[in-house]
Design a binder for this molecule. Structure first.
Ligand SMILES: NC(=O)c1ccc[n+]([C@@H]2O[C@H](COP(=O)([O-])OP(=O)(O)OC[C@H]3O[C@@H](n4cnc5c(N)ncnc54)[C@H](OP(=O)(O)O)[C@@H]3O)[C@@H](O)[C@H]2O)c1
Length: 262
């Protein structure tokens, strides 16, 4: 039994999960209990139970821990004694280990997830880890309706999953910003550059998703030998181009993830 689900922290990520579950009708709003510091109008009007009483907190079968990594201990302390002994914790807090979370929640079963914000539109991605089978099943129950899910075989892989997935939507948005800026430098108006860059990237991503093709094959389909795209890719894929830049980008993300975990 997964529900009732208690969402602890309804900010960007907790809010994205609520949006995704609403969109997919994954759970009845009355099965969702939310504790968050500043609930907005939309949350209050959504039919979920905001600021549940102690009895409702005690009825929660699953807790989605979605506060900032620095805030999780205080958040745990505020509800731990009210939770049922068999409540399962699913944490999305970057870098915080399952063992620490389990201890903070009185030894309860715990899973970790590293999701993306596209869970809000049921197009998310989530890396899951739990040593405990029941906790892993509970994490699946939360994320399967709104995300493509990848199970990790060791908790240490969570750092790499953060570098390649959890943080990666920001890389793509940064790429689009840079492409738009390059378009303006090349003489387009900002409106033209943004419309062209955004539509092109979202269309290309949709093509990848819908065809299930290999990115390298799709790239070759755009780049004819001796043509304009090939000239561009000679820069982008040069020895000091995108591949080493992505390696360093992911490496710095992993470094920070390990710092947060220390
Ligand atoms: N955003 C992402 O793309 C993403 C992706 C993967 C994982 N995550 C993880 O998701 C977690 C949340 O990140 P976020 O970006 O959603 O942060 P956020 O927008 O700041 O959301 C955290 C929410 O928790 C509330 N909160 C803080 N302390 C609380 C407490 N003691 N009790 C109840 N609610 C409390 C905050 O309220 P106030 O703002 O009023 O303080 C805020 O609404 C982090 O651990 C992060 O590592 C985020």
């Amino acid at each position: 039994m997964t529900t009732p689900i208690l969402i602890l922290g309804a900010g960007r990520m907790g809010g994205a999960m609520l949006d995704g579950w609403r969109k997919t009708n994954a759970f009845a709003p009355t099965d969702l209990l939310v504790i968050t510091r500043h609930p907005g109008e939309a949350l209050l009007a959504s039919g979920v139970r905001v600021a549940p009483d102690d009895a409702q907190i005690g009825s929660a079968k699953t807790v989605l821990l979605a506060v900032k990594p620095q805030a999780w201990r205080d958040a745990a302390k505020s509800i731990e004694s009210k939770l049922a002994a068999d409540a399962v914790i699913v944490s999305v807090a970057a870098g915080v280990k399952t063992q620490a979370i389990s201890q903070g929640f009185g030894g309860r079963r715990t899973a970790r997830a590293m999701p993306t914000t596209a869970c809000a539109i049921a197009r998310g991605t989530a890396s899951l880890f739990a040593a405990d089978a029941e906790a892993l099943a509970r994490a699946h129950a939360l994320f399967d309706p709104v995300a493509t899910v990848v199970e990790l075989s060791s908790e240490d892989e969570m750092h790499a999953a953060t570098g390649v997935s959890g943080s990666a939507p920001a890389y793509l948005y940064a790429f689009i910003e840079a492409l738009e800026a390059a378009g303006v430098t090349a003489g387009l108006t900002p409106a033209q550059a943004s419309k062209l860059a955004r539509s092109t990237i979202t269309g290309a991503a949709a093509l990848l998703a819908e065809t299930g093709g290999e990115p390298a094959d799709l790239r070759r389909q755009v780049a004819s030998p001796g043509g304009t795209t090939e000239a561009a890719l000679n820069v982008l894929l040069s020895h000091n181009g995108l591949p080493p830049l992505m390696r360093e980008t992911v490496a710095q993300c992993i470094r920070r993830s390990k710092e947060l975990a220390a």
